[in-house]
Each structure stands twice: as C-alpha cells, then as structure tokens.
Design a protein around this ligand. Structure first.
Ligand code: GLY
Length: 574
C-alpha cells in the first residue's frame, strides 16, 4: 500500500474536522494547459459574446459591475432566449468592494396566490408532470425585471439610467440577431415546445421549422416590452399593457396568475450564506436556493481529506466527492424550501461539526447505497442565530448572476404581443412526497406548492474571498448539476491549483442520491471508471454538464474563463 493510501485510511478513521492541506495557487502561465482571458480593468463572462461585450462597454464608459450586469442581463433576454429572460427569475450576488459587503438578491419566481398544494396532481392524487411542466399552471410570477431594477437602484453607480442600460438590448431585439451556434442548435432541439403556441411560432419558426443557421431572429414585440420598462421602470412590466398580456396568455394556457400576482411581486435582498474552505471564504446564495447551502456543506465534508494529494479526478477523490454529494442531496430533499414559509436550518447544514458527523459515515472503499442514506439532523448544530454570468469591475466590485426560465425556452409560451417567453419554474416545487421533478429531484413538505411561495432552486452564484479580497466569481446553469459543478470549479482551483480555464475544462461528475448513479462526462479514463465501479458506484456517462462562467482575480488582474461546452460563450475584458 502506498504511503498516501495508508495516510488516507488513517484520516478516514480519525475523521478530523479539517485537513490542513496547503492550497496551491492557481497556475496562470508556465505549466498551464489552457489559459484564461486576461484583463486589468473590468470583465464580463457570459454565455453570449454580444451580451458580454455590452456589459464590458458599460464599464469602459464609467459604469460599475452592477450597471454592466443589468445591461448584460437584459441583453441575454434577447440573444440567449433559451435562458436569458424577462419572464423567469433568478439570483444575484453583488459584492461592493469599498463597503466590503456582499448582498444576495432573490428574484425567484413565486407561485400565484391561487396556488394549491395539490395543483400538480391528477384526479387520483398522482403527480401529473404535464401540469407542472407543460401547462400555464407551471408559470411562476416572473422576478427578473424586479431583480435587475432593484440591483440598479440600490447598487448601480448612478451614472447610467435604466433606459441607457436597456438601449443595447432594445436595438438587438428590434434589428435582430443572427441565428447561429447555440441559438440555432437550441431552437432545433425544442421545436415541439414552441410549435404548440402560435405566439411563439410567429417569432421562433418559419412555417413548420424553427429558424436555423443563416436566419435572423427579430423580436419587435420584445423590443416594445423592453421600451415600456425603459420608460416606466419595473412598473412597465408588472403593470399596464405587458402585465395584462402576460396574464391573458398564462390564463389562456390554463394557469392561475392574476394582475395582482404581478403587481405584488417583490425581489428580496437577503444575507448570503457563508462558509470557508481551506482558508478561503465562500459566499453564496441562501434559500430559496439550495445552492449555497449545499456547495458549502459538501466543501465542509471534503475539507477533511487531502484532495490535492489524492489527485484531481482520481477515483479516490471522485468517490469521496460523490459520497459527500449524496449526503447533501439527502438533506436537500427534507430540509430545504422557501425561508419565508419554512425554517431552513442553514447554520446547522453549513456547520463544520455537522459535516464532520456526516464524514464519519463515508467509507473510503465502498459507496453507500442510496437507500441507506437519509437526511441527517442538523438541528444540534444550528445556532440562534440556467444561464450564469460573472462581472468584475476595476474597483473589485462584482456580480454573480444566475437566472432561468427552467427548461430551455421555459414553457415555450411567448405571452402574446409581448415577445416575452414564460417560465415553467413551478416544476421545481415538490408536487407530492417522493415524486421526482424534471431534474430527478425529490422533496417534501418544505418545498410543497403554496400561495406566493418560491420553489426551491439549485442556482448557486458564488464568490470566494481570501483575506477579505475578492478572488473567484463563478456560477453555472445545469439544473440539479449546478451545485456540483460550482463545487468542482472551486475544488479544482483551491485543491489542485488549476487556473479558471483549466478548472472549467476539467471533466465533471455529479451524484444527487437519486437516481442512484454517478454521472460522468466524457473524458474520464476507463481505469478511473473501473475503480469507481469497484467501490460500488453505478457510473453513467452523460452529455456535458453545466456552462460555468468564472472570473479569477489575483494581484489586481482578472482571469476569465467562459465554458467551452457550449458555442458562443465569451469572456470580454478591457
Ligand atoms: N430551475 C432550476 C433551478 O432553479 O434549480
């Protein structure tokens, strides 16, 4: 047995609180296998080059990271319609360098006031996924416009009006964008979803076929909707013509949203969830996202093992990661929900002591069958107390923003006369105990549908700090795989000294307890897969996971990595 293996076994038995591994600094050049984009003044990393460029231009013209994030967010609603949105919701972390303060903006969609606990069940009391995924009942009251305008009002530089930040998006919607790359691919993949609705066909299809490479996507109604926001602020979306048209379309599709639901919607500024990993401070999204809680919980478990020595993507490391992931997802199922409706034991779930207890249940040699894992009891450790983009400006202010329509193009329904695609986010509720949503995630009462409640999310916009200085801004789309992708970006950089580009390129794995399988991307060696199988894992190779958009900041220089798993992503700096 190799010395490191003996040492490792001893560590498993002793289950220390944290293994004092010396964290290597990410390699910027020299031995690096692939390099990030560098900039000194400001950078936007997103899933669309035009949107990244628009944000970078705003900073070049004197705006701060929040101004840039608002312009990028509205631009993505035009250029990346499968996820960028006005008709969905999300989560934003804002870091203000001078105040040394980080704020979490929750602009998650809410269930309408008419929501009922059994709203997604059939007449026999069985889960009816067509209701939560493919009908107007699936549409949550959108939060994006409230979230972006709140961010601008409270944390923008004051140098730009909302109308100025909307102008590039309005021009792109009115003049049209070229259909190519990811836009062409994604439209080709969701034909059935948009073909059901004449209002969507008129925009995204020509005849019976979706627009394809070489076509132009012109969104005149969307331009007019954006102009109403430019003129009237958030009220230009939540009241008046746009609101009336959204409600008419949702109700026409069998949904229950009313004008009052839209009028009453509010984005909420919350305290982020905080943790640490090998001397770095982790700041992430609190409930109603499960993202930050579980990124920190898994890191806490992993901190007890010397992952740097065990090796990046070695079977030993991946086994421990998978086991930690499984335990976190067991807790997610039971404990997580909208904190305005249920008490979520955040402090307990993110406590190092609780993680040490969970770590004791992990064997270095054998995968624990999923049926033998259930939620733990974090209460004793509780004290009283689906596109992402990252932005950093020259002063070290930063934004990590993840927002979504849930499925690609959401419900597929454009609210007639608005150009606005509507979400099907309410599928993220647990329709009934034991039933899995579209991402295979299960849940219970804490995440049951209720009037005006926010469904649980996995979105994990995250920032990492060292000695109070901003170091990493990251996040990703990917449904249930968001949490584990963000986790692996952080571990790759902190445990293995990878730069942002290498950390992003590396093969990803994912385990969420159920289904009982360790998903791996292509590129993991067959030897590693055999070793994992020998430990009892059911390994399944699957399509690429996530699209992480990461900025690493070191010595005042910005290093950006736009995930290469999808076409069109770009890190743009100046
Ligand atoms: N709709 C996916 C999520 O919020 O996690």
């Amino acid at each position: 047995m190799k010395l490191s293996a003996i040492f490792f076994c001893a560590l498993v038995v002793a289950a220390p609180l944290a293994y004092a591994q010396v964290a290597p600094e990410p390699i910027i050049s020299g031995f690096a296998r692939t390099l990030p984009v560098t900039a000194r003044n400001g950078m936007v990393v997103s899933q669309d080059e035009q949107a990244s460029r628009i944000g970078a231009e705003i900073m070049k013209a004197g705006g701060n990271a929040v101004d840039a994030a608002v312009a990028t967010g509205f631009a993505l609603a035009v250029t990346l319609p499968r996820a960028g949105n006005l008709g969905g919701g999300g989560f934003m972390l804002v870091h203000l360098a001078q105040q040394k303060k980080t704020i979490a903006i929750d602009y998650r969609e809410t269930a309408p006031a008419a929501a009922r606990r059994d709203m997604f069940l059939d007449a026999n009391g069985k889960f009816a996924p067509e209701k939560s995924q493919s009908s107007g009942l699936a549409v949550g009251t959108p939060g994006t416009v409230a979230g972006l305008t709140l961010a601008l009002e409270r944390y923008g530089s004051g140098k730009f009006t909302l109308a100025q930040l909307l102008a590039p998006a309005i021009a792109l919607a009115r003049d049209g964008v070229a259909v190519e790359g990811d836009l062409a691919t994604s439209l080709g993949e969701i034909r059935a979803r948009i073909a059901r609705y004449p209002s969507s066909r008129a925009i995204f299809m020509r005849g019976d076929a979706p627009l394809r490479a070489g076509d132009r996507l012109v969104q005149s109604d969307l331009a007019a909707s954006l102009e109403r926001i430019a003129r009237d602020g958030a009220a230009g979306f939540y009241q008046g013509e746009t609101a009336q048209k959204i409600v008419a379309s949702v109700q026409g599709a069998g949904g229950a949203m009313t004008l009052e639901d839209l009028r009453d919607y509010r984005a909420v500024a919350r305290e982020p969830v905080r943790g640490s990993y090998r001397g770095h401070d982790i700041v992430s999204m609190p409930p109603p996202s499960s993202g930050g809680v579980h990124v920190i919980q898994i890191l806490n478990m992993l901190e007890g093992w010397p992952l740097g020595e065990l090796g990046q993507n070695s079977a030993a490391t991946l086994h421990l990661m998978a086991e930690a992931m499984k335990r976190a997802y067991a807790d997610r199922e039971i404990w997580l929900g909208d904190p305005d409706f249920v008490k979520v034991p955040v402090a307990g779930l993110t406590s190092k002591t609780y993680a040490a207890q969970l770590r004791k249940t992990i064997s270095a040699d054998r995968a624990t069958p999923s049926r033998d894992i259930s939620a733990g009891d974090p209460a004793p450790y509780e004290s009283d107390q689906t596109t992402h983009y990252s932005v950093v400006d020259k002063d070290g202010n930063a934004v990590a923003n993840t927002y979504t329509l849930n499925f690609s193009y959401g419900l597929g329904l454009v609210a007639d006369g608005t150009g606005i695609l509507l979400n099907n986010e309410l599928d993220d509720f647990a329709a009934i105990e034991g039933a899995a949503n579209a991402f295979g995630l299960r849940g219970g009462g804490a995440n049951a549908p209720e009037p005006r409640k926010r469904p649980l999310s996995s979105m994990s916009p995250t920032m990492v700090f060292r000695n109070g200085e901003l170091e990493i801004v990251t996040g990703t789309p990917g449904g249930s795989r968001i949490i584990t992708t963000v986790l692996q970006i952080i571990s790759n950089m902190i445990d293995h000294g990878m730069n942002a580009a290498e950390a992003s390129e590396a093969v990803r794995v994912h385990h969420q307890l159920y289904p009982e399988e360790l998903r791996v991307e292509r590129g993991l060696s067959i030897d590693t897969i055999r070793l994992l199988e020998a430990k009892g894992h059911v390994v399944r190779q699957q399509r690429a996971m996530g699209s992480a958009q990461t900025i690493h900041r070191a010595d005042g220089v910005l290093y950006g990595a736009a995930d290469t798993r999808q076409a069109g992503t770009a890190a743009v700096g100046y």
